[in-house]
Design a protein around this ligand. Structure first.
Ligand SMILES: [Zn+2]
Length: 444
């Protein structure tokens, strides 16, 4: 590094720590995390039920003795002890932020944060933004939904921690977003993948050439799976003329992994989380390269400690060397999809995000699609999905029959399921500014 240049890593000490060093750091922090968890009735009860003595948890191998924590556990705790549940580990006066999940898959749950929690969010944001090239001179525009949504605030805090000048826009108001990008010369943005496509379409209607008229260089595109799927990423990069990176997470584990400049997937922030990848049925650990559910033990959560948090997100991890030099484990495909979103069709796992990535590879795709549940695709008695029916937008100038055949062939090749393909006109399906609902149930 010469004078005036920035260092390569935000936090070189932990980002390039040896695997042994990382394990020692995790084990040291694990003892503290277990001690903090014992401050709540929720975990005292869980430990007792599982016959686990917190004092026995010393190494990473001991973790498996602890019970898993699921979203249902949190919901139950919050309904029995409203509104926060009995897993708050600090006095209420230490809480600086109240957030809530969208409730798209059930009762919303509340998340609380202390100053330490906010600092941890900012550290992870800064670390990953830095890893893909964001620097203090950047003008950052945050287009996430701020309404109770902790993710938007984590992005905000991370952008500020790097030292960017942050424009807090929130989601929607697309024409104004574009005007603001032009006026202030925005170089870095955060938004969902579906909004990235929507905003590009609005720009076109406004006569703005986003590649030429804007100064955008980098985008975090997350909040929905897909940003790590190369086809989706490349499509957004081509549209915007900017590099696309992923920073996936959830309210209970904000930004737990993130892209690096090598774009080889996402690295796990292993000094903040212990990652286990478990088979969803046997709950046994799977090896590198195998698909399983990510289970995270929080090492830096203060308000609401979470041990062995069942994320419901399917991932594959890799221990291979990354050219960026970071030693943390990698998720080569980011988040494959959520268990909630997962569709099992004759035993085959399919995620809407996987279908999306496949369709985006096809010339002539109109940009949006739905997976249709109706009487022809769902078995009446069992409720099991037995056929895959796709409603797919087809470009107006495209020959419909060959396009439908290409969709069927490509999906069959990728998922080993032959879909029923129903074509609809370009832009005939609704666009959503926050999260797109791709599975529609038309059984009445
Ligand atoms: Zn890397």
């Amino acid at each position: 590094m010469t004078a005036g240049e920035h260092p390569r890593y935000w936090n070189a000490e932990v980002e390039t720590l040896s695997r042994d060093g990382l394990r020692q750091l995790q084990e040291r922090k694990l003892a503290d995390a277990v001690r903090r968890a014992q401050a709540c009735g929720f975990y005292r009860r869980k430990f007792a039920e599982a016959g686990a003595a917190p004092a026995d948890i010393r190494t990473l191998d001991d973790l498996a003795r602890l019970p898993l924590t699921t979203k249902d556990d949190l919901r139950r705790s919050q309904s029995e002890h409203p509104p926060y549940g009995d897993y708050l580990a600090v006095p209420k006066t230490s809480v600086l932020g109240i957030y809530a999940s969208s409730g798209s898959t059930g009762e919303p749950t509340t998340a609380l944060a202390t100053a330490e929690d906010h600092a941890a969010w900012a550290e992870r944001g800064a670390r990953f933004f830095w890893a893909f090239g964001v620097r203090p001179h950047d003008i950052a525009q945050n287009m996430y939904n701020f309404q109770l949504f902790a993710g938007a605030w984590a992005v905000h805090l991370g952008m500020q921690r790097v030292g960017c000048a942050v424009i807090t826009m929130g989601v929607g108001n697309s024409e104004r977003q574009l005007q603001v990008m032009q006026r202030y010369g925005t170089t870095f943005t955060g938004m969902t993948p579906s909004y990235a496509f929507h905003l590009a379409a609005v720009a076109q209607q406004m006569g703005i050439d986003i590649r030429r008229d804007l100064r955008l260089k980098r985008m975090i595109v997350s909040g929905e799976p897909g940003a790590s799927a190369p086809a989706v990423r490349e499509k957004i990069e081509a549209l915007w003329g900017a590099k696309v990176y992923d920073w996936p997470g959830m309210q209970e584990a904000l930004g737990w992994s993130g892209s690096c400049e090598a774009q080889t997937g996402t690295h796990v922030a292993e000094d903040h989380f212990i990652l286990e990848v478990l088979d969803p049925e046997t709950r046994r650990a799977v090896g590198p390269g195998e698909t399983g559910v990510a289970v995270l033990t929080q090492l830096e959560n203060h308000a609401q400690p979470l041990l062995r948090w069942w994320t419901d997100d399917y991932v594959v991890y890799s221990t291979d060397y990354c050219p960026c030099g970071r030693t943390a484990r990698r998720l080569p495909f980011g988040i494959l999809g959520r268990a909630d979103d997962m569709l099992k069709i004759s035993g085959v796992r399919v995620w809407p995000s996987g279908i999306e990535a496949t369709l985006k590879e096809l010339p002539g795709f109109g940009g949006e699609f739905r997976i249709v549940k109706d009487r022809t695709t769902v078995q009446e008695n069992s409720g099991a999905l037995v056929k895959l029916k796709l409603r797919v937008e087809c470009g107006d100038a495209v020959d419909r029959e060959p396009f439908a055949a290409a969709v069927a062939a490509r999906v069959k090749a990728k998922f080993n399921v032959t879909p029923i393909v129903e074509l609809v006109g370009e832009r005939s399906l609704a666009r959503f500014e926050h999260k797109t609902k791709r599975v529609v149930d038309e059984r009445q």
